[in-house]
Each structure stands twice: as C-alpha cells, then as structure tokens.
Design a protein around this ligand. Structure first.
Ligand code: PRT
Ligand code: ZN
Length: 210
C-alpha cells in the first residue's frame, strides 16, 4: 500500500507534542532535526517537517495527505481541508487586547480605530460579523508592542497565559476564537485504510489521557 505523508511543525510550539503523539501511537521514526522528511519504519507513513503556516496549503494541494496544525492557522489560510480530530494540545485563544488605560469598553468602540494583528483574515471576518469598521494593520510578529509604539489602538493576537499582554501594558478585551492543534486531511482521504488505522491509534492515545 502507498505510504501516506503527514506534515507536522518543524520547530516551535507544536513540534514536540506532535512528535510525541505519533510516538505514543507506536510509530518508530528518527526525529532528524535537519531533514525535511523522515520515514516511519513500522507503519506506512512518512513525516514532513514544515513551517506551520505552510501545512494547510500542502494538505489542501495533496503534497501531504495529513497535517497537524493549529486551528487558527487553518482559518487564517482559509484552506479547504477535512477536520479529523482535535488533539488537546497547543490550546490558546485569539483575543482582542487594548492598553490598560484605554477608553475602549465595548466592541462598537473599535469603529474607526486601528488594530494590529498577524491574523488579518480571521480579524476581518470577525469585524464583519459584528459590523465594525476598523483599520486592520497587518504585522508579522511582536504585535504586542504596536499600541506602545503608537501604531495601533488595539491588537488581535494569540494569548495563552496572558503574561505577554500584561508585560506590554495590555489587557484582554474580547475573545475572537479559541484554537488547539488538530489533525487535518486532504479532502477525499477519509476512507483510506492507513488513515483509519492511524486515527484509531490517535483516538486511543487521547482516551488514555482523559
Ligand atoms: O516557525 P513556524 O512558522 O512554524 O512557527 P510560528 O512561530 O508561526 O508558531 P509557534 O510555534 O509560535 O506557534 C504554533 C501554534 O501554537 C500557533 O499557531 C497556535 O496555534 C499555538 N499556540 C499556543 C501559540 C501560543 N499558544 C502562544 N502563546 N502560538 C503563539 N503564542 C504566542 C503569541 O503569539 C504571543 O506572542 O505566545 C505569546 C503569548 O503567550 P502568553 O502565554 O504570554 O499569553
Ligand atoms: Zn508560523
């Protein structure tokens, strides 16, 4: 049977737990940090190590069959992939946050204001849903410093402990979406036997953790 390819994050917050999950499923592979691809010796699977932002696109285009990535990244890239299983790690919330002394107190106060984010697509959809007309400033990192630099009135960024907001003089204001790591597949793969076996193993690992 033809091997499936699963894309996981090469390095970053989801890498270690993605590798651990696959190992807990009984898959035997070398976790070569330097290579882009490794094969599993006891299962019909190859593992691709990628930037998380690239994973939904690789899966949508069928370059990879499966992927493990944050739901926030799938939403931001608006990829057309099948959601198979939430994995219980990488939990965070995309939040709107404002300076501690800000006068903004209601979502509608964001009208006419500027919001810095690395998630312009999710933010645009959220603002449209609440009929808010704000100026989205897209920046790729260190979003939390934007209000302090006078670049924006608010930010929209990932929060987990809240420590980063606090140390930048910001406070959370509204939740935009919750996220965790999820197993995705390319459309049409659902009945594949290798996938079904892998999914069963993943689900029993998750059940054992409950
Ligand atoms: O290199 P690559 O592109 O693959 O990685 P990356 O730098 O884009 O992503 P990475 O590794 O930082 O995060 C991968 C995924 O982890 C994200 O897409 C989320 O789904 C999830 N995740 C969970 C988080 C966090 N928690 C998190 N706290 N992603 C980012 N953060 C950042 C956040 O951006 C902010 O700067 O941590 C800071 C806030 O953390 P607290 O604990 O201070 O609130
Ligand atoms: Zn990334």
């Amino acid at each position: 049977m033809k091997n499936l390819k699963i894309a996981i994050q090469k390095s970053g917050r989801l890498n270690e737990k993605s590798v651990q999950l696959l190992k807990n499923c009984g898959l035997d592979f070398e976790n070569y940090k330097s290579s882009l691809i490794t094969s599993v010796s006891n299962f019909n699977l190859e593992i691709l190590f990628l930037r998380d932002d690239d994973i939904p696109g690789y899966v949508e285009e069928g370059i990879a069959d499966l992927g493990i990535v944050g739901e926030n990244v799938i939403d931001e890239t608006e990829s057309n992939v099948a959601y198979l299983q939430r994995l219980g790690f990488g939990k965070c919330t995309l939040k709107l946050a404002i300076p501690r002394d800000s006068k903004i107190s209601d979502l509608k106060d964001l009208n006419g204001k500027s919001i810095a984010t690395s998630y312009p697509v999710i933010l645009k959809n959220f603002l449209e849903e609440y009929k808010i007309n704000a100026d989205i400033q897209t920046i790729s990192g260190s979003v939390e410093i934007a209000p302090g630099l006078g670049l924006s009135d608010a930010i929209c960024d990932i929060v987990s402990t809240g420590g980063t907001l606090k140390s930048n003089g910001l406070k959370p204001f509204a939740d935009v979406r919750k996220s965790e790591a999820i197993l995705i597949a390319r459309e049409g793969l659902e009945e594949n036997e290798i996938l079904m076996e892998l999914l069963q193993r993943i689900q029993s690992v998750l059940r054992a953790k409950e």
